[in-house]
Design a protein around this ligand. Structure first.
Ligand SMILES: *[C@@H]1O[C@H](CO)[C@@H](O)[C@H](O)[C@H]1NC(C)=O
Ligand SMILES: *[C@@H]1O[C@H](CO)[C@@H](O)[C@H](O)[C@H]1NC(C)=O
Ligand SMILES: *[C@@H]1O[C@H](CO)[C@@H](O)[C@H](O)[C@H]1NC(C)=O
Ligand SMILES: *[C@@H]1O[C@H](CO)[C@@H](O)[C@H](O)[C@H]1NC(C)=O
Ligand SMILES: *[C@@H]1O[C@H](CO)[C@@H](O)[C@H](O)[C@H]1NC(C)=O
Ligand SMILES: *[C@@H]1O[C@H](CO)[C@@H](O)[C@H](O)[C@H]1NC(C)=O
Ligand SMILES: *[C@@H]1O[C@H](CO)[C@@H](O)[C@H](O)[C@H]1NC(C)=O
Ligand SMILES: *[C@@H]1O[C@H](CO)[C@@H](O)[C@H](O)[C@H]1NC(C)=O
Ligand SMILES: *[C@@H]1O[C@H](CO)[C@@H](O)[C@H](O)[C@H]1NC(C)=O
Ligand SMILES: *[C@@H]1O[C@H](CO)[C@@H](O)[C@H](O)[C@H]1NC(C)=O
Length: 881
C-alpha cells in the first residue's frame, strides 16, 4: 500500500508540469492580450480575444496551440491591423510560425522578436515596417522561411542570418536595404530562394553566393551594384531562375553560366553588360526565357542559341548586336517572342522562321535586315505583333499573312517592300493597325479593308498605289486614322461619311483625286484632321464642314476649288488651322474666328479672294483695312497628352497587377489567355501597349465642362476613359507657328514603337508641366525650360515651385506631376546617350512602382511615393519552388 518511489516521482512531475502549463498559458494569454491592446483593429478581427476561461485562447482567431497548450502558430495576416508590433510577442516562446503579412504595421520590429528562436517560418511581408531588420534570427536554428518583402526596412541586411542554416527561403525584396550582400549568406546551404531585388544594395555581388549549392531562384535586380556577375555563379548547379535585371551590373556575361543545366529563366536586361553573348549559353538546354535587352552587348548572336530547343522568349533589343540571325532560330519549336529591335542586324531572316514555332511577337524593327520576308511567320496561327519597320526588306508582303487570324498589329513602314497589298487583311478580325507607309507597293487598296470591324489605323502613304479608294472604306466601323497620301490614287472621294463613326484623321493628300468634296463629310462627328491637299478637287467647299464639332485642321490647298470661303468658317467650333491656298476661290474672306488671325499664306494663290488679312475688296476698303496686319500671327495648336501621373501610375499599377495574377495563376506564362488589350506578354513587355484609349476618346472629353485648369500655354482638360479605367490630363497647347513642325506633332496617341525625338518630347512635357511657353520671360538668362529647371535643381530650389500653378495644388497631383517631371528631365539629358527611348519612358512610368523602392535618392525618376501597392521586383517567381 505504499507508493513506490517511481510512482511518486511520476506523480510529482505531472503535478508540477501541469502547474507549469497553467503558468505559461497565463503568460501567453496576457502576452496576446497586451499585443492586442496596442493594435488598431478597424475590422475588429480580434474581437474574440477576450479574457478567458483557461485554455480558450487556443481557440482565438489566428491562434493555434500545440498539444501542450502553448501557442505555436500566430496568423494575423490580411487583417488590416496597424500599430506597433509589441515586444510581448517574445513571450510566446513556443511559436514556430508567425504570419503578420499583408496588414498595416508601420512600426519597427522589436529587437526582442528574435528571441523567438523556435520559429520555423516568419512572414512579415507587405506591411510598412521600418527601421533595421532585427538581428538575432541567426540563432533560430530551425528557421526555414523568412519573408520580409515589401516593407520599408532600411539599414544593412542582417548578416547573422548566415547562421540560420536551415533557411530555404529568404525574401527581402522591395525594401530600402543598403550596403552590400553579406558574404555570410554563403553558409545557407539549404537556401532555395534568395530574393533581394528592389532595394538599394551596392557593392559587388559576393562571389561566395556561388557556393549556395541548393539555390533554385536568385533575384537580385533593381539594385545599384558595382562590377559584374561572379563567374562562381557557374557553380549554382540547381539554379532555375536568375534575375539580375536593372542592377547596374557591368562587364561580360560569364561563360560559366553555360554550366547551369536546369536554368530556365535568365533576366539580365537593363544593365551595362558588354562584350559578346557567350556561346556557352547555347548549352543550357532547359532555357526558356532569355532577356538580355538594354545592355551594350556587341558581336553576333551565337549560332548555339539556335540550339536551345525550349526557348520561348529571346529578347536582345537595344544592344549593339550585328550580323545575321542564326539560322537555327528559325527552327526553335517553342519560340513565342523574338525581339531584336534597335540593333544593327543585317541579312535575311531565317527562311523558316515561325514554321514550327508558335511565334506571337516578332519585333525586329530598326535594324538593317534585308531580303524577303519568310512566308512561314504565322504558320502556327499565333502571330499577333509583327513589327519590322525601318529595315531594308524587299519583295512582297507574304500572302500567308492575310489568313493569319491572330494578327493585331502589322507595322512594316520604311522598307522596300513591293508588289500589292495582299487581299484578305480586312478579314482578320483582330487586326487593329496596318502600317505599310514608305515602301514600294503598287496596285490597289484592297476592298476588303472596308469590311474590317477591327482596323483602327491604316497608313499606306508614300507608295505607288494606283486605284480608287474603296467606296466603303470610310465607313469601316473602327477606323480612326486613314492615311494614304503620296500615292497615285484616282477617282472621287467616296461619299460615305455619314457612316464613319470613328474617323478622326483622314489624309488623302498628294494623290489624283477629282470631283467634289462630299458634303456628307460633315457628318463625321469625330473628324479632327482632314488633309486633301494636292489633288484635283473641284466645286465649292461645303458649308457644313464649318460646323463639324471636332475638326481642327483642314488643308484643302493645291486643288481647283471654286466659290467663296463659307461665311460660317470663322465660327467653326474647333477649327484652328485652315489652308485653302492655291485654289480658285473668290470673294471676301469672312472676318471671324480663325479667319481673323489666319496666316495670309494659307489663303495665297486664290486670285479672287480679298479682305480680312488679304488686300481689301474693292467694295469695302475701310472695314477691311481695319483688321489688316493685326492678326497675322498664325496660331497653330498642337495637342499633347500629358501622360499624367494618374494614367501612368494608375493604369500601370492596374495592368501590372492583372498581369501578376495572370502569370501566377496560369502557372505557365504562355497560356492561351493572351489577348490584346488585357492579357499581354510578360510584364516586361506589357508597358509597350499600355494606352487603352484612342484620340477619339480623348477628344470626346475636350469640352468646357472638363476644364481643370487654364495655363499660359493652353487649357488643361480632364479626360476619363471609362472603358480602360483611366484618367488622363489633356492639354491643348497654344504655340506660335514657328515652333511646331507642322502636322507631325499632331499626335495624341503616343506611338511608342516609333523612334520619337525624345528630347522634344521631354521639352513638350516640361512645358506642359510647368505651364511655360518656349521663350517665357521667366527663364531669364536660362535659354529654355530645360535650362530653367536645371538651374532650379542646381540652386536646390524645390521643383514644386516649377509646376504649373493653374493645375491646382492638390498634393497628390503635384507629387505625380513631379514624377513625370523627373522623367521629362531624363528625356532632356544633355547627352543623347543618357536619354531613354520612348519605350523606356513608358516602361519607366510603369515600373515606377518596383523601382522607387530601390532608391532613396530623390533625384531619381522613380522616387515617387505611393505605398498601398505591394512592391516588388518585376520578376514573377511562383510555382517555382
Ligand atoms: C474551441 O471551440 C470549440 C467549438 O468552437 C469547442 O468545442 C472547444 O471546446 C473549444 N476549445 C477550447 C479549449 O476552448
Ligand atoms: C484598412 O485600413 C485602412 C486605414 O488603416 C482603411 O483606409 C481601409 O479602408 C481598411 N481596409 C478595409 C478592407 O477595411
Ligand atoms: C530577449 O532578448 C533580449 C535582448 O534583445 C534579452 O535581453 C532578453 O533576455 C531576452 N529575453 C528572453 C526571454 O530570452
Ligand atoms: C513573400 O511574400 C509575398 C507577399 O506577401 C509573396 O508574394 C511572395 O511570394 C513571398 N515570397 C516567397 C518566396 O514565397
Ligand atoms: C554565427 O555563429 C557563430 C558560431 O555560433 C558565431 O561565432 C558567429 O558570431 C555568428 N555569426 C554572426 C554574424 O552572428
Ligand atoms: C554602377 O556601376 C559602375 C561601374 O561598375 C560604378 O562605377 C558605379 O558606381 C555604379 N553606380 C552606382 C550607383 O553604384
Ligand atoms: C566554383 O567556381 C569557380 C570558378 O568558376 C571554380 O574555380 C571553383 O572551383 C568552383 N567551386 C566549386 C566548389 O565548385
Ligand atoms: C498557338 O495557337 C494555337 C492555335 O491557335 C493554340 O492552340 C496554341 O495554344 C497557341 N500557342 C501558344 C504558345 O500560344
Ligand atoms: C520600286 O519598284 C519599281 C518597279 O515597280 C522599281 O523599278 C524600283 O527599283 C523599286 N524601288 C526600290 C527601291 O526597290
Ligand atoms: C514607406 O515608404 C513609402 C515609399 O517611400 C512611403 O511613402 C511611406 O510613407 C513609408 N512608410 C513608412 C511607415 O515609413
Amino acid at each position: 500500500m505504499q507508493l513506490s518511489k517511481t510512482q511518486l516521482l511520476i506523480f510529482l512531475f505531472l503535478c508540477c508540469s501541469s502547474f507549469g502549463i497553467a503558468a505559461v498559458a497565463n503568460d501567453e494569454v496576457s502576452a496576446l492580450l497586451s499585443m492586442k491592446a496596442g493594435l488598431i483593429d478597424p475590422l475588429n478581427s480580434l474581437k474574440d480575444w477576450n479574457l478567458p476561461e483557461n485554455g480558450a485562447h487556443c481557440n482565438w482567431t489566428g491562434v493555434w496551440c500545440n498539444t501542450e497548450g502553448h501557442v505555436e502558430k500566430l496568423d494575423l495576416s490580411h487583417m488590416n491591423l496597424s500599430g506597433p508590433v509589441s515586444g510581448d510577442i517574445q513571450r510566446l516562446q513556443s511559436l514556430t510560425s508567425l504570419n503578420l503579412c499583408c496588414s498595416g504595421f508601420s512600426s519597427s520590429l522589436p529587437k526582442s522578436i528574435s528571441n523567438l528562436t523556435a520559429l520555423k517560418t516568419l512572414d512579415v511581408s507587405q506591411n510598412s515596417l521600418v527601421g533595421e531588420f532585427p538581428w538575432g534570427f541567426g540563432g533560430a536554428g530551425g528557421l526555414t522561411e523568412l519573408n520580409a518583402s515589401s516593407n520599408n526596412f532600411s539599414g544593412f541586411l542582417p548578416e547573422d542570418l548566415g547562421n540560420a542554416t536551415m533557411l530555404e527561403t529568404l525574401d527581402l525584396r522591395g525594401n530600402f536595404f543598403g550596403g552590400s550582400i553579406p558574404k555570410s549568406f554563403k553558409n545557407l546551404q539549404k537556401l532555395k530562394f534568395l530574393g533581394l531585388s528592389g532595394n538599394s544594395l551596392t557593392g559587388e555581388i559576393p562571389a561566395e553566393l556561388g557556393e549556395l549549392s541548393s539555390l533554385e531562384a536568385m533575384i537580385l535586380g533593381y539594385n545599384e551594384f558595382k562590377g559584374g556577375i561572379p563567374m562562381e555563379f557557374g557553380n549554382l548547379t540547381k539554379l532555375k531562375y536568375l534575375d539580375l535585371a536593372v542592377g547596374n551590373l557591368s562587364g561580360e556575361i560569364p561563360a560559366e553560366l553555360g554550366r547551369l543545366q536546369f536554368l530556365e529563366t535568365v533576366f539580365l536586361y537593363k544593365n551595362n553588360f558588354e562584350g559578346k553573348i557567350p556561346a556557352e549559353i547555347g548549352a543550357i538546354s532547359s532555357l526558356e526565357l532569355l532577356d538580355l535587352s538594354d545592355n551594350m552587348l556587341s558581336g553576333e548572336i551565337p549560332a548555339e542559341i539556335g540550339e536551345l530547343k525550349n526557348l520561348q522568349l529571346l529578347n536582345v533589343m537595344c544592344n549593339q548586336l550585328s550580323g545575321s540571325v542564326p539560322f537555327g532560330i528559325g527552327s526553335l519549336s517553342q519560340l513565342s517572342v523574338l525581339e531584336l529591335w534597335n540593333n544593327s542586324f543585317s541579312g535575311p531572316l531565317p527562311s523558316d522562321l515561325g514554321k514550327n514555332a508558335p511565334l506571337q511577337w516578332l519585333d525586329i524593327s530598326s535594324n538593317s535586315f534585308s531580303g524577303e520576308l519568310p512566308s512561314t511567320l504565322c504558320n502556327k496561327g499565333n502571330l499577333t505583333k509583327l513589327i519590322l519597320f525601318n529595315n531594308a526588306f524587299t519583295g512582297p508582303i507574304p500572302a500567308s499573312l492575310s489568313t493569319c487570324l491572330s494578327l493585331v498589329r502589322v507595322r512594316m513602314q520604311n522598307n522596300f517592300l513591293s508588289g500589292t497589298i495582299p487581299v484578305g487583311l480586312g478579314k482578320l478580325e483582330r487586326l487593329q493597325r496596318l502600317e505599310l507607309a514608305n515602301n514600294n507597293l503598287t496596285g490597289a487598296i484592297p476592298d476588303d479593308l472596308s469590311s474590317s470591324t477591327s482596323l483602327s489605323f491604316i497608313d499606306v502613304s508614300r507608295n505607288h498605289l494606283h486605284s480608287s479608294l474603296p467606296s466603303t472604306i470610310l465607313s469601316a466601323p473602327s477606323l480612326q486614322t486613314l492615311m494614304a497620301s503620296n500615292n497615285e490614287l484616282v477617282g472621287k472621294i467616296p461619299d460615305q461619311f455619314q457612316d464613319s463613326p470613328s474617323l478622326s484623321v483622314l489624309d488623302l493628300s498628294s494623290n489624283h483625286f477629282s470631283g467634289t468634296i462630299p458634303a456628307s463629310i460633315a457628318s463625321c462627328e469625330r473628324l479632327v484632321s482632314l488633309n486633301l491637299r494636292n489633288n484635283q478637287l473641284t466645286g465649292d467647299i461645303p458649308k457644313s464642314i464649318a460646323m463639324m464639332p471636332t475638326l481642327s485642321i483642314l488643308d484643302l490647298s493645291n486643288n481647283s476649288l471654286t466659290g467663296g470661303i463659307p461665311e460660317n468658317f470663322g465660327i467653326s467650333p474647333a477649327l484652328e488651322t485652315l489652308n485653302v491656298s492655291f485654289n480658285k476661290l473668290e470673294g471676301p474672306v469672312p472676318e471671324n474666328g480663325v479667319l481673323r488671325r489666319i496666316n495670309p499664306s494659307d489663303l495665297a494663290g486664290n486670285a479672287g479672294l480679298c479682305g480680312s488679312v488679304l488686300p481689301p475688296c474693292m467694295r469695302n476698303p475701310v472695314l477691311a483695312s481695319r483688321h489688316r496686319n493685326v492678326h497675322t500671327r498664325n496660331i497653330v495648336s498642337g495637342w499633347v497628352i500629358g501622360i499624367s501621373s494618374v494614367l501612368a501610375v494608375g493604369l500601370a499599377l492596374f495592368s501590372a497587377r492583372t498581369l501578376y495574377k495572370r502569370w501566377y495563376s496560369n502557372g505557365s506564362c504562355f497560356g492561351d489567355s493572351f489577348e490584346v488589350g488585357n492579357g499581354e506578354w510578360p510584364w516586361r513587355l506589357l508597358a509597350f501597349q499600355r494606352l487603352g484609349f484612342t484620340s477619339t476618346d480623348i477628344l470626346a472629353c475636350v469640352k468646357e465642362s472638363n476644364v481643370i485648369g487654364m495655363g499660359a500655354t493652353g487649357v488643361v482638360y480632364k479626360a476619363e476613359i471609362s472603358r480602360s479605367n483611366t484618367v488622363v490630363a489633356v492639354k491643348k497647347l497654344w504655340r506660335p507657328a514657328t515652333d511646331i513642325e507642322t502636322g507631325s506633332k499632331y499626335g495624341y496617341t503616343l506611338n511608342v514603337d516609333e523612334k520619337i525625338d525624345i528630347y522634344s518630347y521631354g521639352v513638350v512635357l516640361l512645358e506642359l508641366l510647368t505651364g511655360k511657353r518656349p521663350l517665357d520671360p521667366e527663364f531669364g538668362e536660362s535659354v529654355d525650360v530645360v535650362e530653367w529647371i536645371r538651374r532650379k535643381i542646381k540652386d536646390n530650389i524645390s521643383l514644386e515651385t516649377a509646376l504649373d500653378p493653374s493645375v491646382g495644388n492638390c498634393k497628390h497631383v503635384q507629387e505625380e506631376m513631379l514624377l513625370v517631371l523627373r522623367i521629362a528631365l531624363l528625356c532632356t539629358a544633355k547627352l543623347p546617350k543618357d536619354r531613354p527611348s520612348m519605350r523606356d519612358v513608358i516602361t519607366m512610368l510603369g515600373e515606377a512602382k518596383p523601382r522607387r523602392k530601390s532608391s532613396s535618392n530623390n533625384n531619381d525618376a522613380y522616387a515617387a511615393a505611393n505605398k498601398d501597392q505591394p512592391v516588388f521586383s518585376t520578376s514573377p517567381v511562383h510555382g517555382l519552388l
